[in-house]
Design a protein around this ligand. Structure first.
Ligand code: ARG
Length: 561
């Protein structure tokens, strides 16, 4: 039941204003004791030429509904106080009926490609790529819940001059066996070594350029090595994706667009947008802005050109209604250029392109840099988190069935939740101890709360007690607080999807978990009186919503831990 709609209907029965107008006028009193909704009568006062307080009391007198404990005039307002029992009963009823579909809604439809993760081949996946992966994954699930069809695209960094360098490095110091054993690690070492040695020996840079040229020209050895590097690196990445439970609908990376850039350059020329500036081909961005470079002075095309080709291709392929790029904030200017150039080309759909930026992860206050070998290895982070979870389980619940799976869910859940709980634009410092902390505002805390709810339900079932809504009367404040939070869930999802902001869901899950734990601490749920099944209904509804909130974040919710 939607109490606000009910308020709108009641007011509308007395007042000659469009419903949307009424809806927009309704306020939420700051002090909940004053009521849950308030309708101000100032606007009517002009039309009816009466004073607002008079109008308020006239309206209040004429309407009544047992969904509200009271409807009364307070000065110029008509105040509505929700009937708590109605709110609790109708919310629980809806959740137990819809289960994990509670909160599903139709806010839109159509394809939404989400460009996410997109690590660079032959380099370890960075914390930034992890952020993009988990934020993108959560946005995809949330968009789906509100009616869209997300298409998760991993735009792999699988092409560019760095592959010339990598091939040169491999020819010097590499061997097949090592690469097979630990592809990313070893390819990465070659790459770092290349940069170190190139400082003393500029000859190496030349070799790198030559290998890249060969790759461009389709030289069989260069192509074979490049393909092999791509393949083994991707396998390594997929291991991490599997740990995280993230899948993709497409791996069309940068290389896929190699033959699709020239047509874009031609198109820009035809549309008269391209001109020369200091040897490069550029598109003007308007006064006071640097022009966007399309073809560099040495003739090579760049990141932007490829993204233009990719955007056009995706529009043809998916006919999208929106397209999202989940990429670090440091690339903001790039996406401004991408949108601007597409607009200049006459593509209005560029307005539906959104860069979804996120903040930087630093370590000890410093930026992480792959080039300098200053990286956090994600494999290791996930492994450490899981083994910490294992240790905790061993201490607290050594007889737990399915220990390994639960440790995995809790360890990985901790990492993912840690990443999602802050506003995505916030920067944060990476500290493993902090990430795998299981107390306080963490994923494991939410998971643990859910497992606690499940354990109550199991104990009840063993006594033959089941959740039910017949004869429900939960009159304590803790129940009401939980139910009110549960009733908020659909609005929370709408907001998270509108703002592309998973932290809204994460913060909500923490809040609901806290309210439930207060309830648990203060109410004896399993006391066998006539409200036991009603209390169990509240417990079950909470577990359904916590589980669904975690799912939308890409975190599993073990039933026992
Ligand atoms: N591979 C790039 C990087 O690591 C990210 C690609 C983002 N997606 C895009 N369409 N530009 O910085």
């Amino acid at each position: 039941m939607n109490f606000k709609t009910e308020v709108v209907d009641l007011i509308s029965s007395q007042v000659d204003l469009p419903k949307e107008k009424i809806d927009a006028l309704i306020e939420r009193p700051k002090n909940a004791k004053m009521g849950d909704y308030a309708f101000p009568c100032f606007a009517l006062s002009k039309i009816l030429r009466k004073n607002p307080a008079e109008i308020a009391s006239e309206i209040a007198e004429k309407i009544s509904s047992d969904d509200f404990a009271s409807i009364k005039a307070v000065g110029p307002y008509v105040n509505f106080s929700i009937n708590h029992q109605k709110l609790i009963a109708s919310t629980l009823d809806e959740i137990l009926d819809k289960k994990e579909h509670y909160g599903d809604q139709k806010l839109g439809e159509g394809n939404v490609p989400i460009d996410m993760s997109s690590p660079n081949i032959a380099k370890p996946m960075s914390m930034g790529h992890l952020r993009s992966t988990v934020i993108g994954n959560s946005i995809a699930k949330t968009m789906k819940k509100v009616g869209y069809t997300p298409i998760k695209i991993n735009y792999l960094g699988d092409y560019g001059t760095q592959f010339g360098k990598l091939i040169a490095a491999y020819k010097h110091w590499g061997n097949e066996e090592d690469v097979k054993k630990d592809p990313i690690m070893n390819l990465f070492h070659y790459y770092v070594r290349f940069h170190q040695e190139a400082e003393e020996n500029p000859e190496l840079e030349t070799e790198g350029r030559e290998w890249f040229k060969k790759l461009e020209e389709g030289d069989p050895e260069a192509v074979k090595l490049w393909k092999w590097f791509r393949e083994v690196s991707l396998e390594d990445f997929k291991r991490i994706y599997k740990e995280l439970g993230v899948t993709f609908d497409s791996y069309n990376g940068e290389a896929f667009f190699n033959d699709k850039m020239q047509p874009v350059i031609d198109e820009l020329k035809e549309k008269g947008l391209l001109h020369e500036s200091r040897g490069a081909q550029v598109v003007d961005m308007g006064e006071d802005e640097n022009p966007a470079i399309i073809v560099k002075s040495d003739g090579t095309s760049i990141y932007l050109t490829r993204d233009l080709a990719a955007a056009e291709w995706r529009m043809k392929e998916y006919n999208f209604v929106k397209m999202l790029y989940v990429v670090g904030n440091e690339q903001a200017q790039h996406f401004v250029e991408l949108k601007t150039v597409l607009k200049k080309m006459g593509y209005d759909w560029a307005d539906e392109i959104h860069h979804i930026p996120f903040g930087l992860i630093t370590q000890g206050g410093k930026k992480l840099s792959t080039r300098k070998g200053n990286v956090v290895f994600l494999d290791q982070v996930l492994k450490d988190a899981v083994s910490l979870a294992e240790k905790q389980i061993e201490e607290k619940n050594p007889n737990l069935a399915d220990k390994e799976q639960v440790a995995h869910d809790v360890g990985v859940g901790a990492v993912v939740f840690h990443d999602l709980k802050n506003d995505r634009l916030d920067n944060f410092d990476f500290d493993l101890q902090e990430v795998v902390r299981f107390e306080g505002d963490t994923g494991p805390y939410v998971q643990y709360t859910n497992a606690r709810a499940q354990s109550v339900l199991r104990k009840a079932a063993a006594k033959g007690e089941k959740p039910s809504l017949d004869n429900i009367e939960l009159s304590d404040d803790w129940s009401f607080d939980v139910a009110k939070a549960l009733a908020d869930f659909p609005r929370i999802i709408a907001r998270a999807s509108d703002k592309f902001e998973p932290s809204i869901i994460a913060k909500y899950a923490l809040d609901l978990a806290k309210k439930f734990n207060k309830y648990y601490a203060n109410v004896k749920i399993l006391t066998e009186d006539d409200q036991i099944s009603a209390r169990l209904a509240l417990v079950e509804a909470t577990s359904i919503v916590l589980t669904e909130a975690l799912r939308l974040l890409g975190v599993n919710a073990p039933k026992e831990m």
